[in-house]
Design a protein around this ligand. Structure first.
Ligand SMILES: Nc1ncnc2c1ncn2[C@@H]1O[C@H](COP(=O)(O)OP(=O)(O)O)[C@@H](O)[C@H]1O
Ligand SMILES: [Mg+2]
Length: 324
């Protein structure tokens, strides 16, 4: 039994502003993000549906090109969508890092080319993830919308992104300490007493400020909620169990669980093929596990539709099931 459905949850959290969906690949994260964004927009809230995932699918979901720019969704008032151009972000981050490194090499009187340092700092997946994370928080800080729905990257990445905000903060504190030490040493050694402006230090400080702010937003349960999507199947259930435990450890608010692609008994006619009956039986067993494991957290059961979910009309249909 659903104790608190999606609608009730949002009524109880009137300031909800940042909504995320997580789960195994293919369970319906993009579909539910689109559905929730549509619903929020229909409630009269200026809403942005954004994807930071390098593998974009909003353009296909909405049947409209939303790549690289915040684009009004045709026929839906209050709704904008955007697939963030990750290549662009990564290039920009690389440029910024290069400037910092070049400055630092000059400052420390090291006669080396920045290239090598830039490569080693940026040629890894964590760099791309952190660039996308920055993208996401930039959008959040801009505060142009009343609600943001993020179509998140697959599970493990998303968690790492969030975990990173704590790691960043530790790293920055360490960096600043050694920068302070280096600075006073330099001032001591220096004959001229003129104080130098330290762009690296300034950068680290503002970076730490941003991360602190991001963490505040992401751990505020009145404004942020992560919803986890599963199917009544073993693997997707195992994935979100792990995910929920991780998030609770990080103090990131879990909004609840959505069960997708549930086969409705009542939709089956006579002469149901054997394999469908078997699937139904399997789903019924896993539903028991879901009620047990996610006691009080299930917010919706969304049926398996006869077609894929694409276009506004199908999203409306999905919204009826997600929000009632
Ligand atoms: N309730 C549903 N009924 C029918 N098809 C669905 C349903 N939910 C999702 N789909 C379809 O399943 C596929 C995967 O959904 P998607 O949202 O892209 O998953 P994810 O983003 O988690 O990888 C898509 O083709 C989508 O249209
Ligand atoms: Mg997706």
């Amino acid at each position: 039994m659903i104790e608190k459905n999606m609608h009730q949850f949002l009524v109880e959290h009137p300031d909800m502003k940042y909504v995320f969906f997580g789960g195994k690949g293919g369970v319906g994260k993009t579909v539910m993000a689109g559905t929730a964004a549509l619903w929020l927009a229909r409630q009269g809230r200026r809403t942005l549906l954004a994807s930071t995932n390098p593998v974009h699918s909003l353009t296909s979901l909405l049947d409209q090109d939303v790549f690289g720019a915040e684009t009004p969704v045709a026929g839906v008032e209050n709704l904008w969508a955007c697939e963030i151009d990750t290549k662009d972000t990564i290039a920009r981050s690389k440029r910024e890092i290069r400037e910092k490194i070049e400055w630092f090499l000059r400052f420390a009187d090291i006669k080396a080319k920045a290239d090598e340092f830039v490569e080693s700092a940026t040629m890894n997946p964590a760099f791309e993830e952190s660039a996308m994370f920055e993208n996401m928080i930039d959008l959040m800080f801009e505060d142009k919308y009343q609600a943001y729905v993020f179509d998140t990257a697959p599970t493990a990445n998303a968690r790492r992104l969030l975990g990173m905000s704590s790691v960043y903060s530790l790293w920055v504190t360490k960096m600043m300490k050694s920068r302070e030490e280096a600075k006073s040493l330099r001032e001591l050694l220096s004959y001229s007493k003129k104080k130098e402006k330290d762009p690296l230090m300034e950068y680290l400080l503002s970076f730490q400020e941003r991360m602190k702010h991001a963490k505040e937003l992401l751990t505020d349960e009145e404004r942020t909620a992560f919803f986890f999507i599963t199917l009544p199947e073993a693997l997707p259930i195992a994935v979100i169990k792990r995910f929920i435990a991780w998030f609770e450890d990080f103090g990131i608010p879990v909004g609840g669980v959505i069960v997708n692609m549930v086969i409705g008994k009542e939709t089956l006619g006579k002469d149901v093929p054997e394999f469908v009956l078997n699937r139904l039986k399997m789903q019924e067993n896993y539903m028991e596990e879901i009620w047990d494991s996610f006691d009080g957290m299930v917010r919706a059961l969304v049926p398996q539709f006869e077609t894929e979910v694409r276009g506004i009309e199908m999203l409306e249909r999905t919204a009826e099931r997600l929000f009632t």
